[in-house]
Design a protein around this ligand. Structure first.
Ligand code: PMP
Ligand code: GLN
Length: 387
């Protein structure tokens, strides 16, 4: 077929869709795709219902409703001391996914190289490909998944135009520290690169601070920061995200967004605006609950014999499956619904260097404690299978 684009070959079905479908089909507990099994706060849900009843059901402004743009700017000021102009430096998107898409389509020309941290979130590589760009992965390796800064430096060529960061990092849970961020910033400034910083898990760090790279000297003017209401307020199906950054870069993202979705979910925008103004108590309780679930899952997996790496952020933990006699995470995850009635996500699909991810599996802990307990009971039957 002539219309079959070579650029789209190989994108296939995402691993998240494949594994959620497997969970639905088999009745397995879904520790795969990252979505909470508890709704967000009632006040947020009520605000969306009220907005629907108030008739906020037609196309909102393309860049987002003014009260949400203002709330995003207030949030950046309150948490990070960043000054963001709500009229020129914010665009509301259909989830962080569209912010990523709009940024890459808006800023990357065919042949441009984009440095990404590997394992990478799958939409990064798909969108770099759709923009005609070339990805240059820098691998975070077990057991500590820290940034190899010399490898990052070595990945820059004359064609590099951007570094795409994700911290807190999905799937490893790494939270980049001040030293790593300073090193990235110096590379970006030296080579005059744009930094695209996906911070959707900004409110999910455990005992370490989240530092937006745009707070570092010389970085606000070259950084697009991306986040999402879905993660911070447990409404992943609403798909309200945003990008903030210097006006000319945001104008490019908005330009691309016009032709992706044009505008994003009208009644959900005022609800997320209200949520962003929640007091510290909400965010503390959210983080504390997630940290308890992290500890429960990681202790349970470790007791079962998995080598489990404790994440400093996100709602995902990673295990090496080799101590239980398995060696290929993709094969393991495809068999896991049948072997144990549980679904997980294999790391290896997020690497160019497949070997680095082969024995690693990601588990989501954004699930109720009783669900995590039941999953651990089911997994306890595994100990004898792989041997
Ligand atoms: N970036 C990362 C790192 C994610 O884990 C996710 C998860 N969904 C997204 C972006 C997409 O966010 P959204 O659902 O708001 O599109
Ligand atoms: N971000 C979530 C995850 O990593 C959801 C991914 C998705 O559904 N595309 O699991």
């Amino acid at each position: 077929m002539k219309a079959r684009s070579a650029r789209l070959n190989g994108l296939g079905t995402t691993i998240f869709a494949e594994m959620s479908a497997a969970a639905a089909r088999t009745g397995a507990i879904n520790l795969g795709q990252g979505f909470p099994d508890t709704d967000g706060p009632a006040a947020v849900l009520d605000a969306a219902i009220a907005a629907i009843r108030d008739g906020r059901n037609q196309y909102p402004p393309g860049a987002g409703v003014p009260e949400l743009r203002a709330a995003i700017a207030r949030h950046q000021k309150r948490w990070y001391g960043l000054n963001v102009d709500p009229d020129a430096e914010v665009v509301v998107t259909t989830g962080a996914t569209e912010a990523i898409a709009g940024t890459l389509l808006g800023l990357i020309d065919p042949g441009d190289e984009v440095i990404v941290l590997e394992p990478y979130y799958d939409s990064y590589v798909a969108m770099i490909q759709m923009a005609g760009g070339v990805r240059k992965p820098v691998t975070l390796r077990a057991p500590d998944f820290r940034l190899p800064i010399e490898e990052l430096r070595g990945a820059v060529t004359g064609n590099t135009t951007a570094i795409l960061l994700n911290s807190p990092h999905n799937p490893t849970g790494t939270v980049l520290d001040a030293e790593e961020l300073a090193a990235i910033a110096s590379v970006a400034i030296e080579h005059d690169l744009v930094v695209i910083s996906d911070e959707v898990y900004e409110h999910l760090t455990f005992g370490v601070p989240h530092i937006p790279i745009s707070t570092l000297p010389g970085m606000a003017e070259r950084t697009i920061t991306i986040s999402s209401g879905g993660k911070s307020f447990s409404v992943t199906g609403w798909k309200i995200g945003w990008a903030t950054g210097p006006a000319e870069l945001i104008a490019a993202v908005t330009g691309a967004k016009q032709f992706l979705s044009y505008t994003s979910g009208a009644p959900f925008q005022p609800a997320i605006a209200a949520a962003l103004d929640f007091g510290e108590d909400y965010f503390t309780a959210f983080r504390t609950q997630m940290q308890q679930q992290r500890d429960q899952l990681c202790a349970g997996l470790t007791a079962l014999g998995f080598e489990t790496f404790i994440p400093a952020g996100t709602y995902f933990a990673t295990s090496d499956i080799r101590p239980l006699g398995f060696d290929d995470g993709l094969d393991f995850c495809r068999r896991l619904p049948e072997l144990a009635g549980v679904v997980a996500i294999p790391h290896q699909v997020f690497y160019d260097d497949v070997e680095a991810g082969r024995p690693l599996v990601r588990w989501a802990f954004c699930k109720r404690p009783e669900v995590i307990s039941e999953a651990l009971v089911r997994l306890s039957g595994l100990a004898t299978h792989g041997r």
